[in-house]
Design a protein around this ligand. Structure first.
Ligand code: G3P
Ligand code: CA
Length: 347
């Protein structure tokens, strides 16, 4: 029942979108940049991108097409219609935040082809076998590496071409693209392994907040969500920033939405937590919304489509109907196309 209510609300919201959006270019269907973030574009109307629904989040950039967490990958995600780009953050030996999904480097870089780092290969708790780790290389050393495609079945033509980025470089890219695209673009950083890095003496909270402050995106209303799988860092951040915080969830076990709402503004659940095999809601979305929490599930991958869906549009439509507020996807183009088609259907 409540599903239907959410569905209707969403449809009404879509119906309010001007009909021209259905046939205009991508830029026209996007939330516009708030004036405070776009002072140079004085004629851009105010809007609230945090509440623009549903959001397309370029998960690790555009890894469906290019190596993840690279400048061309983030740029492609934006050009394909992402509202936000998602940098996963880990530390270098000298305390810089770089964007990698994992602190081990062999899956997504050419580190194994660098004989000068052969002696850094090591074994660490929590990781099977030997590897190279971000916290054992300085930023200057990591900058000599090049990114590679993590998925064997995806295109590897760009392997070895693109450097590893700092968090600051990703923020600069997003901020530059706002004026280039003429629409709002945000960042959605994830603090990876905060307890582990704290045990090594790194201060994740300060590193992230300092970087946001440097670029003026620490202010309330900035197009930033901060996410983590660990509630500890989010609880602590709650006292230090008004930026929206997102609690990532891999399992429904022990989830207490009321508690999450005391320190976070939304949840980022595995999408499989949201609906049962019969295609009905598990109640997860409704429970989150009841507490005022946004729901941004992951990860939508056109090349790994659940068998129940005939195509990516079918999967996106299903989750949009279910009431999600945004989607993490490796294929921002498909999410944007699904939204455009919905808007077109709504007239
Ligand atoms: O952060 C949302 C989603 O990215 C969580 O999964 O493992 O790809 O970081 P992961
Ligand atoms: Ca992530």
């Amino acid at each position: 029942m409540s599903n239907q209510k959410i569905h209707l609300t969403r449809r009404h919201a879509l119906a309010a979108v001007p009909a021209m959006l259905a046939t205009a270019g991508l830029a026209a269907c996007q939330p516009k940049a708030p004036a405070v973030l776009n002072a140079k574009k004085k004629d851009t109307p105010m809007s609230d991108p945090e509440n623009a629904q549903p959001l397309v989040i370029g998960h690790r950039g555009a890894p469906g097409y290019l190596p993840e967490h690279t400048a061309p990958g983030y740029d492609l995600a934006i050009r394909m219609g992402a509202d936000y780009i998602e940098p996963d953050l880990v530390f270098t030996k000298d305390g810089h935040l770089v964007v990698r999904h994992d602190h081990y480097l062999s899956d997504t870089t050419d580190v194994a082809e660098h004989p000068e780092f052969a002696d850094r290969k090591t074994v660490k708790d929590g990781h099977e076998g030997e590897d190279w780790f971000s916290e054992d290389l300085t930023l200057a050393e990591i900058k000599t590496l090049r990114a590679t495609q993590a998925f064997k079945s995806r295109n590897h033509a760009a392997d070895g071409k693109f450097e590893i980025l700092t968090f600051g470089e990703v923020m600069a890219l997003a901020q530059e693209r706002i004026s280039m695209q003429g629409r709002q673009i945000g960042i959605y950083p994830e603090t990876k392994l905060p307890s582990y890095f704290a045990s090594l003496g790194y201060d994740f909270e300060s590193a992230v907040l300092d970087e946001l402050s440097r670029t003026d995106w620490d202010r309330p209303g900035s197009p930033v969500f901060i996410q983590s799988f660990e509630d500890g860092i989010l609880r602590s951040l709650r006292g230090k920033t008004e930026l929206p915080l997102i609690m990532l969830l891999e399992s429904a076990d022990g989830v207490d939405m009321k508690d999450i709402a005391t320190y976070a503004d939304g949840i980022g659940p595995d999408k499989t937590l949201l609906a049962g095999k019969d295609g009905t809601s598990t109640g997860f979305i409704e429970a989150a919304h009841k507490e005022g929490l946004k729901v941004h599930p992951w990860t939508f991958r056109t090349d790994r489509l659940p068998k129940v869906f005939a195509n990516a549009q079918g999967e996106f439509d299903f989750f949009f109907d279910l009431g999600v507020d945004g989607v993490f996807t490796d294929f921002s183009n498909d999410a944007r196309a699904a939204l455009l088609a919905r808007a077109a259907r709504s007239g």
